[in-house]
Design a protein around this ligand. Structure first.
Ligand code: NOJ
Length: 720
């Protein structure tokens, strides 16, 4: 276990004081200015010290795959760095930032898929690989982890998020920061992390990206803030403020969020960067008349660095000179940025060893980890009659693999993969063909007109249909109004079923899609998200039983778009949801989701028994027996849910408070143990402050959030 970087080091503060003492106002503001590397590069600006940081991307939507992002290399960064270090007056190094979101050249599953592993350990390992590769290319700062809890799956950026739950999101946040930064992000293979998009961005009204957010302060604190707090406590060096308007005050001008909560309450000592052009957008939001007012509002609120708007360098010096802006505000922002640069080791080692990239990038062990994590991220939603895994004695000998994404390569990488390459990927069809045991004959037609399809189906025993979304359909600026599969895909599965051939449906997606009809039709449904560089092989491994699925949903899957927002930890209402009568329901749609949060099948089964609740002083231990009741080994993600029965404010019907992955052999029993203290049961009370209220709690230990309604789940009750 790593310990976070300490921000308060006397030698660092002394170095910063010395620097600040020598810097001109323009140089200080230069540190607060993040620019794009222009072609030709802005060497004069680097010499003048008017650029403190470079973002190594050139367009706002590069991460959404809309525009190509130029490659970054150690040599390019070193050349620019040399100018800053040797030709500027004070030699302050540049910090190179890039979106390294779920891998660098070795791409891991999209963050929502990473969350489906329910494994902080895997998140930490994947982030460490991303850091090792990106840092070898000269990057020293990643704009990750993205920590926006998302309860409305229409939002395209749900693909980048940890899902709907603050407890799972917090565990993953800590792990990602540890993976990127380690215990010392000055190490050459580490990056400074940036927790984004602080805060509440995932609650965009209507699921429309960039839309305003109007959740209560209580919901913000209990649902959306915890992963950010976890990242800060884990030592995240930086935070990015969101584009959005929270409750009438855009975050780039929101002092309550950026200073009162982040700094005064949580003690954050890193720096805050705005999102892309967001300071200028304060004018568009309508809270600033012009860039001058926008700059003043942002810096006073607590945005230390301007990402590419150019508003700080253009406006702030004048405001300080005419007495409208205290110099201390600029000093403080520059100090925070210099502190991160010092902690990143840039003053001592500003250059990157250009030989490291060849050894590190796409290393075999990185690919192996990506394959394992992709296996663990896939969620098996249905497996009628135990059709999977396909063993050597399977009655299904001749298998056809096709569908709109069966031959996709770059499509497997998902959103925000600036450095992943389609050429590194083996398609699902090719991987299945390569990995199939001899017993099977695999056919992989590419395009099929209807008649040829029908003809081909006559000769096959099983179809593996690979469908879902292109990555551009679930990313930034890509929200959807319908969660159904893209046009034509349902008809394709219907045609195959009409021909009487059983279907294994593989779904690649960034949204949790409403696929009720498809789930009814297919014998098997494997939800694979966008699984990354090794996704093709991972899916082949699961198909043929070289690995067993263990992924669990990090989001609720709706049965229809009309159900959203839908999430398991909702409040009760005075007329709790039920399908009948005067209850909180729809009259034309059942209230239950298609699959609940936490759900996922494996190739074996588990039973829960003997729940015990033992009070130990001010805390309580909860444990239950879990038995592998099937014939093969498997991993069970044991989940602990709690309900606070009566409180001063209404509380969720259920909240995740613990989880554990147990690896069990057939017939083996283990006891899953959890401990809860008053601290774990706190919430935001009547006065918007955290409280613990003693009283009765219900507790469930089971295999998913709706398990308590099944006999299999163990349930109990305790008082604290
Ligand atoms: C805008 C996105 O919202 C943010 O996530 C990203 O890090 C920046 N652009 C930089 O590319």
């Amino acid at each position: 276990m790593t310990t976070p970087t300490s921000f308060t080091r006397p030698e660092v503060e002394q170095r910063i004081n010395e620097l600040l003492g020598q810097m001109t106002l323009e140089e200080k503001i230069g540190q607060m200015n993040q620019e794009l590397p222009h072609a030709p590069p802005q060497l004069d600006a680097l010499r003048a010290g008017s650029v403190g940081l470079l973002i190594t991307e050139v367009t706002a939507l590069a991460g959404a795959g809309v525009d190509a992002a130029p490659e970054v290399r150690a040599e390019i960064c070193n050349d620019l760095q040399r100018v800053a270090v040797t030709e500027s007056r004070l030699g302050i190094p540049i910090l190179f930032g890039r979106d390294v979101i779920h891998g660098y050249r070795t791409v891991f599953p999209i963050p929502l898929g990473m969350a489906a592993t329910w494994s902080p350990q895997r998140m930490e390992q994947a982030s460490a690989v991303a850091a090792a590769e990106a840092s070898a290319a000269g990057v020293k700062w990643t704009f990750a982890p993205m920590l926006d809890i998302a309860r409305d799956p229409r939002w395209g950026r749900i693909a980048e998020s940890p899902g709907e739950d603050p407890f799972l999101g917090s565990a993953l946040a800590r792990a990602a920061v540890r993976g990127f930064q380690g215990d010392d992000f000055s190490r050459p293979d580490k990056l400074a992390a940036c927790a984004k998009h602080y805060a509440g961005y995932g609650a965009a009204e209507g699921g429309r990206d960039y839309n305003f957010v109007d959740v209560s302060m209580r919901t913000l604190r209990d649902v959306y803030l915890p992963p950010f707090r976890a990242a800060v406590e884990a030592g995240a060096a930086t935070l990015m403020s969101g584009f959005h308007d929270y409750s009438g005050v855009p975050v780039a001008a929101n002092r309550t969020l950026l200073t009162d909560i982040l700094r005064a309450e949580w003690g954050f000592q890193g720096f805050v960067v705005s999102d892309w052009n967001a300071i200028h957008e304060l004018v568009v939001h309508g809270v600033a008349a012009d860039d001058a007012e926008a700059a003043a509002k942002a810096v006073i609120a607590g945005v230390d660095m301007d990402m590419i708007a150019g508003v700080y360098p253009g406006q702030l010096a004048q405001q300080v000179r005419n007495g409208h802006m205290p110099l201390s505000v600029i000093d403080e922002a520059a100090r925070r940025i210099l502190r991160v640069k010092c902690l990143a080791g840039l003053f001592d080692q500003p250059y990157t060893d250009p030989d490291r990239a060849a050894r590190v990038i796409l290393a075999p062990e990185h690919r192996a980890l990506a394959r394992q994590i992709a296996q663990e991220s896939c969620v098996l939603l249905k497996n009628a009659d135990g059709l999977l895994p396909l063993k050597a004695d399977s009655p299904f000998k001749r298998i056809a693999v096709f569908g709109p994404l069966a031959h996709g390569r770059s499509e497997l990488l998902g959103t925000w993969t600036l450095d992943g390459r389609g050429e590194d990927v083996t398609s699902i069809a090719d991987a299945i063909r390569q990995e199939a045991p001899k017993h099977f004959e695999i056919v992989t037609p590419s395009t099929l007109p209807d008649e040829a399809l029908y003809h081909m189906l006559m000769g096959v025993d099983l179809v593996v249909l690979v469908m879902g979304e292109h990555p551009r359909r679930s990313s930034e600026a890509a929200s959807v109004s319908s969660l159904e599969l893209p046009a034509g895909q349902r008809q394709m599965i219907e045609s195959v079923c009409d021909a009487g051939v059983p279907v294994v449906l593989g779904v690649l997606a960034g949204h949790p899609l409403a696929i009720k009809r498809e789930v009814d039709l297919a014998q098997v449904v494997l939800y694979a998200w966008h699984p990354g560089t090794e996704g093709g092989y991972a899916i082949a491994d699961l198909l043929f039983g070289k690995a067993a699925p263990s992924g669990r949903l990090p989001v609720t899957m709706p049965r229809a778009t009309g159900q959203v927002p839908i999430y398991y930890n909702h409040r009760n209402t005075g007329r709790p949801a039920a399908n009948r009568g005067d209850s909180s329901r729809y009259i034309d749609l059942p209230i239950a989701p298609l699959f609940p949060f936490g759900f996922g099948l494996g190739y074996t089964t588990f039973a829960y028994s003997d729940l015990r609740v033992i009070k130990r002083g001010a805390s309580v231990e909860i444990n239950a027996q879990v038995t592998n009741t099937g014939a093969s080994a498997g991993i069970e993600t044991v989940q602990l849910y709690v309900r606070d029965v009566v409180a001063s404010v209404t509380r969720p019907v259920k909240e995740l408070k613990g989880f554990q992955r147990l690896s069990l052999q057939p017939g083996e029993t283990q006891r899953a143990r959890f401990a809860l203290s008053a601290q774990d049961l706190m919430f935001t009370g009547l006065d918007d402050r955290p409280v613990f209220e003693p009283g009765a709690f219900h507790v469930w230990v089971g295999s998913h959030s709706a398990d308590c309604v099944r006999a299999a789940g163990a349930q109990g009750e305790f008082e604290l």
